[in-house]
Design a protein around this ligand. Sequence first.
Ligand code: GDP
Length: 159
Amino acid sequence: MAETMIKPENSDLTTKERIRSVEKTLSIIKPDGVSRGLVGEVIKQLEAAKFQIAAMKLIHMTKAQAEGFYAVHKERPFFDSVTTFMSSGPAVVMVLKGENVIAEYREIMGATDHKKAAEGTIRKNYATDIEKNVVHGSDSPETAALEISYFFNRFELVD
Ligand code: GDP
């Protein structure tokens, strides 16, 4: 009986709106997170948050690759230091997928400076300074698209 059927959540949205609300973001477990054995812990939190892992690999960036990734910060005083850090060892790069995942993942990461990060966040719990803050997450849909394409081609992403 049609009138007693339970409507799926957001059923008043058009298909197009539902598709648009699903985002992708780039996540990195930085070299400090990998060398300190925090890969499992971070991924556990991503799974608990119900983010879909759409791509994942271990990489070791060269200094030039790290400079390209953080090109937006090239005038900042910490540019040389952060790109040396990012190229200092293996890192795990992932594409996360989900509704509102860009903002939700940044919330789980916590503020850049771990001293200012909220209780329970990854950076509050595990970062050791403002630079060695364990994780990266894109900050907007535009940045996410650029950052994902920096590390992954479309055949490496699962749906
Ligand atoms: P995020 O989006 O929270 O990662 O922060 P930003 O985009 O502002 O900075 C990129 C990365 O550069 C941060 O995650 C840190 O690893 C590093 N970083 C940011 N601010 C500083 C700083 O003041 N000093 C140093 N040494 N590194 C910083």
